[in-house]
Design a protein around this ligand. Sequence first.
Ligand code: BEZ
Length: 260
Amino acid sequence: MDSTHDLRSWNAALYDARHAFVFEKAADLLELLQPRAGERVLDLGCGTGHLTAKIAEAGAQALGIDASADMIAQARSNYPDVSFEIADARRYRSAEPFDAVFSNAALHWIQPAEEAVKSISHALRSGGRFVAEFGGQGNVRQIVAACGQAVEAVFRQGNGASNPWYFPSIGEYAALLERNALEVRYAALFDRPTSLEDGESGMLNWLRMFGGPCFAGLNDAQAERAMQDAVERLRPHLWHDGQWTADYRRLRVVAVKAAA
Ligand code: BEZ
């Protein structure tokens, strides 16, 4: 384990306790999926399993996969009757096809994105559907900029604002899906300003939970200093009336696997 690991690896308990908005905001994405009894549904990047469990509650045979062993352990403990596996979405291959692949707030973490899309396409039967939402072009733009500026100002490193995540435009992602036999039926890019929990600590908690990639190359103490600096840079923009708001923009897509 390297010295940066403790601060920036996934902490499933913290995720469940303080970042419930990630899965609570996905109710309408589940409506778009409309899981049906008996269907096989893959939840890609399932985290602690709350949405996989909702899919299973609808009567579908749901399988949640996530690359984080911590997240899968928490998912299994949260929902012992639901199926979960540790798996890398870039290489996932199932022997049995799925009727649907679902994914919420996960695909911006997975690069190269095309590897994940190949897995999704491979997992679906002909006519099966892919329903997903994740960060789209411009997502957390102000947060990324503040982190870059903080690293540069405090440690004279970095170029000031490099985005470590995958936040594509509709055009870019639609082309990627089409190259992989997935016909796009619906795509939307929209702002979703998101209130963070825990009042004053909300932005620092968010950075500790998710911001690790912006502070790559720093040790824990350095990253903590840079995060605190970033919080102060963000305060004039994203702190209002005792509430932090993250500048989220979502890309939502529905696509159907073309016949072979
Ligand atoms: C998001 O859900 O948009 C997001 C979460 C963590 C890091 C970056 C983006």
